[in-house]
Design a protein. Structure first.
Length: 337
């Protein structure tokens, strides 16, 4: 195999900024939006500091997996602009192959504004830009066939066409697809994404997304809020949709996983300093994926690795900073044949 992992999805240039001017509101009546951050309407909001960083699901996960010593490539789209060049340079500097990056002329690269509250929690305002134009052609398919593991993150634009091309590769023996769907996938509904779930090795969802999936699966027989707030109920309901392993992240509530036989729970580790939660999902998920390879399928060990790396990242600004320095043992140095 040419690569151990190929990460597919978005890549962005980000501006992160801090403010303490927001008010956190409880909104428990809405099962999908239980907390809101509010600002005075019409006000001018003071920003304490701002920083340029890098983000995007494919870029974040590729950088993180490369940190574990795996040979990793990123398949994403950028514009032919300064931000696109910086995104590519950043990947190369962090040990990720940019051979699969697609560059589109007269198109702006994806960009995000990341609002960070004093608690470290964040809200992301994202403009997808060139990410909407990501496509899987013959060149990409040939290279995707030369990896055992594909990590698929949020997609936009003609995402269903891209997803079909990716999941067609799941039919090859031994190939694993790790999937963290995005808002466009959930908006399309279970009818459209259900066929892909059956070919997913590990499905990563947060608690809100898990509830949304469970509601879609239940149809008119709408479960109670009590049922939906029980993580084990959600794991069983989503596992029935087809993935081999389901992982649900619940913020301060930790992480839960289910493989159809055993339930696993991993509490969060108390971080030394809480600065920025941007990218914690990407970092945990890709650390778990790497951990399954490192620990040869040991879900408990992979969960602990993911939580440990997430705690390290939270103490630093930006999705790709503060990651653990980890190198594979010599006998696990590469998955390539």
């Amino acid at each position: 195999m040419l690569y151990d992992f190929i990460s597919v999805g978005g890549a962005t240039r980000d501006i992160a900024f801090f403010t303490d001017q927001g008010i956190l509101l409880d909104n428990h009546r809405d099962i999908l939006r239980q907390k809101l951050l509010a600002f005075e309407y019409g006000a001018k909001i003071r920003v304490d500091k701002f920083y340029y960083t890098f983000g995007g699901g494919a870029a974040n996960t590729a950088v993180n997996i490369a940190h574990f010593g795996f040979k990793t490539a990123c398949l994403a789209a950028v514009g032919d602009d300064r931000h696109g060049r910086l995104i590519i340079d950043n990947l190369k500097e962090r040990g990720v192959s940019a051979r699969l990056i697609q560059k589109f002329k007269r198109t702006e690269s994806g960009f995000s504004f990341v609002l960070i509250a004093p608690s470290g929690e964040r809200i992301i305002f994202s403009e997808r830009g060139a990410n909407d134009r990501l496509q899987i052609g013959l060149k990409q398919t040939v290279l995707l066939r030369q990896t055992r593991n594909i990590y698929l993150s949020s997609l936009s634009g003609a995402w269903d066409k891209t997803a079909r091309a990716i999941f067609a590769l799941a039919d090859f023996p031994g190939r694993r697809i790790y999937w963290n769907p995005g808002s466009a996938q959930y908006a399309a509904g279970l009818e459209k994404i259900g066929r892909f779930l059956k070919k997913t090795f590990v499905l990563f969802v947060n608690k809100d997304e898990a509830i949304e999936l469970a509601l879609s699966a239940a149809g008119r027989a709408c479960p109670s809020n009590h049922f939906l707030n029980n993580t084990r109920n959600l794991l069983v309901a989503i596992k029935a949709l087809g993935p081999q392993i389901v992982v649900i992240t619940s913020g301060a509530g930790g992480v839960d996983a289910y493989d159809g036989r055993h339930f696993y729970h991993q509490a969060i580790l108390k971080e030394k300093k809480r600065v920025d939660t941007t990218g914690v999902g990407d970092i945990f998920n890709s650390s778990f994926a790497a951990g399954l390879e490192i620990y040869q399928g040991n879900i408990k060990a992979a969960l602990h690795l993911g939580i440990k790396n997430t705690a390290a990242k939270i103490a630093h600004l930006g999705a790709q900073n503060g990651l653990l320095n980890f190198r594979l043992p010599k006998k696990r140095r590469s998955l390539r044949n």
